[in-house]
Design a protein around this ligand. Structure first.
Ligand code: BT5
Length: 252
C-alpha cells in the first residue's frame, strides 16, 4: 500500500476539546499538539516546571519520536497514537519497576477490549499482535516523576512501518481504528492498573513467559535461556537470573 492513499478521511484529526472534556472526568488533563519533536521531552520539561500528576500530551505527529536506548520511533501524521503521560504515583520503591509493565498492560487490555485483537506483551512492555509489535513504550524518570510515553500504530500501512515485525491495528484486523475511543480506553485502564497494583494480570498477558528467549543486555552482553518468571520487582527471570532491563527476542 502506498502512503499517499491515506487522506484526511482515513486519518481524521483528534478533537482536542471533546477529548479533554471526556478525560477530565477521569482526572486527566489532555493537550493535543499538531507537531512536536517528542512528547516525552515535552512532559519532561513540564515535570521540571512543577506540573502535577495527570498531564497527557498527545501529538498528531512527532518529528523526533524516541525509542529506548537512543533508538527512534517513527510514524506518519495521524496514523498512530503518540502520547506521553505525567505520573507522580506514590509507590513503594519495589513497585517502581512495575510502572512500565502496568503501562504496557493497560495498552494490551484496552486493545483487547476496544479493538478486539489478541494483544499480548513481550517483556518489558512491547505490545504484540500475532508476534508483531503494535505498540512500544518509553518510560523515563525525571526528578522523581514518571514520563510514560506510548506509541501505538493505528492505521499505519506495512510500507510505513520500519520492519516486518511491526504491525498496526488496521493491518491486524482490529474492529476499531478510531483513535479517540482507543485513547480514552487506554487512559481509563491505565488509571485502574496504577490504582490496583495487581501483578498477576501482567503475567497472564505476557507471551514471553515460558519461552526460549535471547536477552540483549544494556552492556552489549546476551544471554539465552527459558523465561521462567517475572519477579516481585518486575524483572524477567531467565534460567534463575533476574534482569531489570534488556531487549528480549522470542526464539520459538
Ligand atoms: C520503543 O522503543 O518501543 C518505545 C517507543 C515509544 C514511542 C513513544 S511515542 C510517544 C512518546 N514520545 C516519544 O518520543 N517516544 C514515546 P524500542 O523498544 O527501542 O523500539 C524502537 C525500535 O522499534 C526502532 O529501532 C525501530 O526498529 C522500531 N520502530 C520504530 N518505529 C516503529 C513503529 N512505528 N512501530 C513499530 N516499531 C517501530
Amino acid at each position: 500500500m502506498n502512503a499517499g492513499m491515506y487522506d484526511d478521511l482515513d486519518r481524521p484529526p483528534l478533537r482536542p476539546a471533546a477529548l479533554s472534556r471526556a478525560l477530565e472526568l477521569d482526572g486527566w488533563r489532555v493537550e493535543v499538539v499538531p507537531s512536536v519533536g517528542s512528547t516525552n521531552a515535552v512532559v519532561a520539561d513540564r515535570i521540571r516546571a512543577g506540573e502535577p500528576h495527570g498531564l497527557v500530551i498527545v501529538a498528531e505527529h512527532q518529528t523526533d519520536g524516541r525509542g529506548r536506548l537512543d533508538r527512534s520511533w517513527t510514524s506518519p501524521p495521524r496514523a498512530a497514537l503518540t502520547f506521553s503521560v505525567l505520573l507522580r504515583p506514590s509507590l513503594e520503591p519495589d513497585q517502581l519497576g512495575w510502572v512500565p509493565l502496568w503501562g504496557g498492560l493497560a495498552v494490551a487490555q484496552a486493545l483487547r477490549e476496544q479493538a478486539e485483537v489478541e494483544a499480548t506483551l513481550k517483556w518489558p512492555n512491547d505490545v504484540l499482535i500475532g508476534g508483531r509489535k503494535v505498540a512500544g513504550l518509553l518510560t523515563e524518570l525525571v526528578n522523581g516523576a514518571v514520563v510514560l510515553g506510548i506509541g501505538l500504530n493505528v492505521t499505519t500501512s506495512q510500507d510505513e512501518l520500519p520492519h516486518d515485525l511491526a504491525t498496526s491495528l488496521l493491518l491486524a484486523g482490529a474492529t476499531s481504528t478510531d483513535r479517540e475511543p482507543l485513547l480514552k480506553a487506554i487512559l481509563r485502564v491505565l488509571a485502574g492498573a496504577l490504582g490496583d497494583r495487581d501483578t498477576s494480570a501482567y503475567r497472564t498477558l505476557c507471551s514471553t513467559l515460558g519461552r526460549q528467549v535471547r536477552v540483549e543486555l544494556p552492556g552489549g552482553r546476551c544471554v539465552e535461556g527459558t523465561a521462567e518468571a517475572i519477579d516481585e520487582l518486575g524483572r524477567l527471570v531467565v534460567d534463575g537470573t533476574a534482569y531489570a532491563a534488556g531487549d528480549v527476542v522470542h526464539l520459538r
